[in-house]
Design a protein around this ligand. Structure first.
Ligand code: H2B
Length: 95
């Protein structure tokens, strides 16, 4: 996986507008009804991440889950991060 250029990152960001970028990391906070639903989402995120072989950093604060993506192996953002961000967006719609 090769690191995306800034122009490529900006183009990729248009497909995941709810994700905010800070440097070489993209992040989105998802809000749920309560802690139990948030945890169910986290388990589904874990399954998806294992299948993809790519794993987000996960922050849990009661009913809110923050996912952060970056490709450590490449030292920056890659297509993998944006592909996974899109999958997490559609996954969240099911909760
Ligand atoms: N997840 C993320 N977010 N970045 C990586 O660089 C990464 C990963 N590398 N999951 C993977 C695992 C790698 O270490 C293994 C060997 O596939």
């Amino acid at each position: 996986m090769t690191k995306l250029t800034l122009a490529q990152i900006r183009a990729a960001q248009t497909s995941v507008p709810e994700w905010r970028r800070t440097g070489q990391v993209i992040r989105r906070t998802f809000a749920f009804k309560d802690f139990v639903v948030a945890m169910k989402f986290v388990v589904a995120v874990a399954r998806l991440a294992e299948r993809a072989g790519h794993h987000p950093d996960i922050g849990i604060r009661w009913s809110k889950v923050t996912l952060a993506l970056s490709t450590h192996d490449a030292g920056g953002l890659t297509e993998k991060d944006f592909a996974l961000a899109e999958k997490f967006d559609s996954l969240a719609g099911k909760f």
